[in-house]
Design a protein around this ligand. Sequence first.
Ligand SMILES: Cc1cc2nc3c(=O)[nH]c(=O)nc-3n(C[C@H](O)[C@H](O)[C@H](O)COP(=O)(O)O)c2cc1C
Length: 149
Amino acid sequence: MYTFEIIVGTTLGSAEYVADHLTEKLIDQGFQVNIHLDPQLKNLPINKNNPWIICTATHGAGDYPDNIAPLAQQLAQDRPDLSNVRYSIVALGSKSYDQFCNAGHMIDRQLAQLNGEKVAITLEICTLETPIPEDAIDIWYPEWAKNWL
Ligand SMILES: Cc1cc2nc3c(=O)[nH]c(=O)nc-3n(C[C@H](O)[C@H](O)[C@H](O)COP(=O)(O)O)c2cc1C
């Protein structure tokens, strides 16, 4: 049985609400979950039984939220081999900005370069189109969850 490591990147809290909602769904299905609001590479298991879910907003001009930026720096510096890490990306953003969901796409590229194995395409949530972003999780979850059964 998997323990999911949900890595949150947030400034205003929406990505954390989305992570909490996803956690409820995973726990209902019998999985275990660790939420990382101050994600640090040293606290993240590199293990097939601990898939990573990166749930991050984009801030500034296509930038990482401050709380997840250190993880991106640690990945760039330490360059761990992530071939045992399966990961998925949930990216929050707004299409009113040029670089829609760019933080999610940046960390996706980083994890792929480090040999992480991506499971499912990135879920992009536009908060203009989906004012309650948790609603997008409800639609996405059933198909995505089949990867872990
Ligand atoms: C100052 C600011 C800058 C933003 N920049 C971007 C951006 O470059 N690209 C994008 O897709 N969304 C951008 N957004 C939208 C946020 O990613 C979106 O509102 C998200 O839901 C915020 O999540 P959070 O509450 O977890 O921080 C920006 C929002 C703010 C307030």
